[in-house]
Design a binder for this molecule. Structure first.
Ligand code: TRP
Ligand code: MN
Length: 447
């Protein structure tokens, strides 16, 4: 990977001429320049070869030859970036992946919303509490959640902290996924613990089937490295353009630009304007990219996004992550699937069944209903079935911890229980058990 000279204008800097929504206003411009200059000299966090592999996998998922599991926090925080939290999150993703691999009889592409998901778009520039108005919290990459004037000032030095947290997280991921901890047999053993809980007894027979398959492989002497290791890719919303462009490097083999802050990058529903800065930056990099699509997306916008982000129709390059809401997906998604089908250039479709289904509990918490989330997943499969397109994967907000943020599920968390352990600073996440329950339910749908 090559580093540009400090004063060179990068070919991917064309976003600077476009309108950039959702950017922090840094009071100290010199500090920002200092940080981005330093970031440009840091080693890449991910490597071109890995990014190319993931692009190929995303292409396979678009054809129905693989299934994508993306999961992780709405917003990662520096404080929760501990070995324990990360381990439980990785463990949860792997446990879900085993179940889905079995259910789909397909390779599962494992992607974390991890090692970079530190910045959030906000609906309002400011937040007011008891008459005091301060800048909104935009994620630990930008400012602090604490409600004081000092804490809320966007601080560019946090971009360097972001880099270091991402780097440490990726180091841990590489150790866990290559060091025996991701062994299929071990992960399956954890799943058996889960189905032994009476609340999940309905999944026991599926777990038992997986158990027999594992035993069969063992009896047959199958002992390949592939059972012991996994590839776990990183992803986040490419929101902070100064950070993303400072992390972009030229691959010395091909001369192509890669955003090395993560393997997969997406733009949100709020920043996906065709002529906006976010889409512009992603047109310049070789990473597989995603775009979140809400229920008001038009066919013209969809085809426009393909024109901008995947003009040559390269498989795996472009993923649409739909977040329609359970109530609307069955009517809003099919026309978009039809439009993409008519266009003919390949896209990969995944469902984000979280963001269209956020409600406020009677106890005043921002929450989601497990059953509504599952209903959107069902609607996603139904829409693809109807149009004859491929449901390529799921994208969920989850944590490995035993939090109480989403209501419902077999443990029947109710509005009262939200007060017990609500830790998310932004959106409510499936807890460890709810994540596994979702994986089992989706596995049943995939069979
Ligand atoms: N390497 C294979 C894969 O990633 C099999 C595998 C090993 C696996 N450990 C796993 C699958 C843990 C899911 C979870 O698919
Ligand atoms: Mn979110």
């Amino acid at each position: 990977m090559q580093t540009l000279a400090a004063d060179a204008v990068a070919p991917w800097d064309t976003w600077r001429e476009r309108e950039a929504l959702q950017q922090p206003s840094y009071p100290d411009g010199q500090a920002l320049t200092d940080v981005t200059t330093a970031l440009r000299r840091q080693p890449p966090l991910v490597f071109a070869g890995e990014v190319d592999d993931l692009r190929a996998w995303m292409g396979a998922a678009g054809r129905g030859d693989a299934f994508v599991l993306t999961g992780g926090d709405c917003a990662e925080t520096f404080a929760h970036n501990t070995a324990d939290h990360l381990r439980l999150k990785i463990q949860t993703l792997l446990q879900m992946a085993v179940v889905l691999t079995y259910g789909a009889s397909l390779p599962v592409v494992k992607i974390g919303r991890i090692a970079g998901q530190y910045a959030k778009p906000r609906s309002s520039e400011t937040e007011t509490r008891d008459g005091l108005t301060l800048p909104s919290y935009r994620g630990d990459a930008v400012n602090s959640h604490e409600f004081t004037p000092e804490a809320r000032i966007p601080d560019p030095r946090r971009l360097m902290e972001t880099y270091h947290h991402a780097s440490a997280t990726l180091n841990l991921i590489r150790a866990f996924t290559k060091g025996g901890y991701a062994d299929l047999r071990l992960v399956h053993h954890w799943n058996r613990g889960f189905t032994q809980n009476p609340a999940y007894s309905r999944f026991e027979s599926l777990a038992e089937e997986i158990h027999r398959a594992v035993k069969f492989m063992e009896a047959a002497g199958a002992d390949f490295d592939s059972l012991r290791e996994v590839d776990l890719y990183s992803s986040h919303e490419a929101l902070l353009l100064e950070y993303e462009s400072a992390m972009t490097r030229i691959d010395s083999r091909t001369g192509d630009a890669y955003d090395t802050s993560g393997h997969f990058l997406w733009v949100g529903e709020r920043t996906r304007e065709l002529d906006g800065a976010h889409v512009e930056l992603l047109t310049r990099v070789r990473n597989p990219v995603g775009v979140k699509l809400g229920p008001t997306t038009t066919r013209e916008q969809l085809v426009g996004l393909i024109d901008r982000l995947n003009p040559d129709g390269e498989p795996g390059r472009l993923t649409f992550i739909t977040r329609m809401g359970a109530e609307r997906i069955r009517e809003a998604l099919p026309p978009l699937l039809e439009a993409a089908k008519a266009d003919g250039r390949p896209v990969t479709w995944t469902t984000d069944p979280m963001h269209g289904n956020t409600i406020t509990s009677s106890t005043g918490y921002k929450t989601r209903r497990f059953e509504t989330v599952m209903d959107e997943v069902r609607g996603f499969f139904a829409a693809h079935e109807q149009v004859g397109t491929v449901p390529g994967g799921i994208h969920v907000e989850l944590t490995g911890d035993d939090v109480t943020e989403v209501v419902g599920g077999a443990e029947r968390l109710d509005d009262e229980s939200l007060t017990r352990r609500y830790e998310s600073l932004v959106d409510p996440r499936l807890n460890h058990q709810q994540s596994l329950e979702l994986a089992f339910l989706v596995a049943e749908l995939l069979r």
